[in-house]
Design a protein around this ligand. Structure first.
Ligand SMILES: [Zn+2]
Length: 178
């Protein structure tokens, strides 16, 4: 067993996102996700950031362009992942003191397949302190599905006018999220 020196660990997220940001347009999925809907979304929105994302970065969990930045603790409005720069190189790690409550990036991606959120299915019935009731209500699930469909629709658009109109719809749908 090896122990990473604490100073390296603390530095790593920062090194990670600075190094990664310049290369995200070349992002390719880890083996587990090759050919998946997540991989297709994320590849599209990484490669079309300047034309389709209205300045947003793709979320490393759901792949949709929801983040204002990749390093400032921005939270994804679709899946609720709070981004601190964690990405593929450290996807299996749980950043213990972080805001994602013990969920690794890999687990969050798997959860998203089941719940349209970073939380596992059992959280949907647990209720409790983290506003899970609101997140998993029928209305909330319908809103998230609608938002995802609008983002999926973006991938079929080409003209700047159509893309701008789609973002208006995304803005309206986003306001209905809990
Ligand atoms: Zn997300």
């Amino acid at each position: 067993m090896s122990i990473t020196p604490p100073e390296d660990r603390n530095a790593y997220p920062f090194k990670s996102w600075w190094e990664t940001l310049g290369h995200l347009e070349h992002w390719t999925p880890p083996a587990e996700w090759e050919g998946s809907a997540f991989a297709i979304r994320r590849m599209f929105f990484e490669r079309h950031r300047k034309t389709h994302n209205e300045g947003h970065w793709a979320c490393p969990v759901c792949g949709y362009p929801t983040l204002g930045n990749r390093q400032g603790h921005d939270m994804c409005g679709v899946c609720q992942w709070e981004c601190e720069g964690q990405d593929d190189p450290d996807a299996d790690e749980v950043w213990g003191s972080g805001p994602n409550y013990g969920v690794s990036l890999t687990q969050a991606r798997r959860n998203f397949e089941a719940t349209r959120s970073m939380w596992p299915p059992e959280e949907a019935v647990r209720g409790g302190p983290h506003r899970f009731d609101a997140l998993f209500s029928e209305a909330a699930l319908a809103s998230r599905n609608e938002l995802c469909a609008l983002f999926d629709g973006l991938m079929a658009l080409e003209s700047p006018q159509d893309i701008a109109r789609q973002w208006q719809l995304i803005g309206v749908a986003g306001k209905r999220l809990p």
